[in-house]
Design a binder for this molecule. Structure first.
Ligand SMILES: NC(=O)c1ccc[n+]([C@@H]2O[C@H](COP(=O)([O-])OP(=O)(O)OC[C@H]3O[C@@H](n4cnc5c(N)ncnc54)[C@H](O)[C@@H]3O)[C@@H](O)[C@H]2O)c1
Length: 320
């Protein structure tokens, strides 16, 4: 299988490393923002051709699938070009800065039935799998989610028009995990502020603290809070408060706590391997059952982040 990689950054590299370990899979072409960057990236990949233009790569190469690993601001023309040529694609989260662009892409996709997969990797963790099992038969009252850490230093991340801010860019993983395990969100209310990062770094326009209250269709309530003003990463994850005790899922696994008992189920497998294998299997065979996040589903996660942004701006709750 011939894969085209769009983006030459950190996560394009991570996906290439995993793809190259798969039987019969080759990263055949790479597209970056300049020929020099693409060539440098491609030089580490055996026989990969390099391009500075997505249309040109898609015209010249016969690709079985494309990976889109670019920052939030760079979405749009890439997806349109890929969908127009009916090439299945894996796309890193978040899928855009807003919700209008994904709606347009989805309209284009609906007519094609193209295979898509989105990099919401928490869904592929052993912890999320175990959590779904542990939730059976419980009454969920409330969930508290967090993404508390430092600010990624890549230039685009600090700009609101580059990343969309922490809740949309990073905390989206927790929002998606909330949806995946507890169901849909019906209303959000957000308060955010820029307290510190603009005083120590140039050009920071994203808020560095925020808290979002969410109502769920099930009747449960949730809060997801984030900060990127810490000197080092603190914690991220989701705590779920139920009639049978607390379930806490994070990067390490899931812990179930009740009176006198704490049981931790540690993650054993690599979720990134699982999400890549699920996508490649789907493209190879047409069997999409192992893909846990499609483009259509990711739109629903994206809507929550954009609603939170609107709520923070207006000071009012937003009904979804
Ligand atoms: N799922 C995860 O755990 C996870 C982890 C890290 C990053 N990501 C996501 O992956 C995406 C990329 O992040 P990153 O860390 O690789 O960023 P990065 O800054 O390291 O790399 C971004 C790359 O995109 C390229 N790019 C920008 N516009 C382009 C265009 N129009 N055409 C081709 N290339 C273009 C840049 O040249 C750069 O190589 C982000 O959306 C991020 O949220 C996901």
């Amino acid at each position: 299988m011939k894969i085209g990689m769009i983006g030459t950054g950190w996560f394009a590299d991570m996906h290439c490393d995993l793809l190259e370990q798969m039987e019969g899979v080759q990263v055949a072409a790479v597209c970056g923002t300049s020929q020099a960057k693409a060539e440098h990236f491609a030089s580490q990949r055996r026989n990969a051709a390099s391009y500075a233009d997505v249309e040109e790569m898609l015209e010249q190469e016969k690709l079985d699938a494309v990976y889109i690993c670019v920052p939030p601001f760079a979405h749009g023309a890439i997806e349109r070009a890929v969908v127009a040529r009916q090439i299945p694609f894996f796309i890193e989260k978040p899928i855009a800065l807003d919700e209008e662009l994904p709606a347009q892409i989805q309209h284009q996709l609906q007519q094609s039935g193209l295979i898509t997969s989105v990099g919401y990797h928490f869904r592929y963790t052993d912890g999320a799998e175990k959590l779904l099992e542990l939730l059976k038969g419980r009454t969920v009252g409330m969930a508290l989610g967090t993404w508390l850490g430092d600010m990624p230093r890549v230039a685009w991340w600090r700009k609101q028009e580059g990343s969309g801010g922490q809740f949309l860019e990073q905390t989206t993983h927790i929002v998606d995990l909330l949806r995946y395990t507890l169901g849909e969100v019906t209303e959000v209310y957000a308060a955010t502020a820029l307290r510190h990062m603009n005083t120590i770094e140039e050009g920071v326009t994203v808020d560095d603290v925020g808290t979002v209250t969410l109502k769920l269709a099930s009747g449960a309530v949730a809060n997801i809070s984030n900060t990127c003003m810490l000197p080092k990463s603190d914690r991220s994850g989701l705590q779920i408060y139920t009639d049978l005790g607390v379930l806490e899922v994070n990067h390490n696994g899931v812990t179930a706590s009740t009176v006198g008992q704490n049981v931790t189920y540690h993650n054993q497998s690599n979720p990134y391997i699982k999400e890549n294998e699920a996508f490649i299997h789907a493209v190879r065979t047409g069997d999409t059952q192992f893909i846990r996040s499609t483009y259509a589903d990711a739109i629903l996660t994206q809507r929550i982040a954009t609603a939170a942004l609107r709520s923070a701006q207006s000071g009012l709750p937003v009904v979804l």
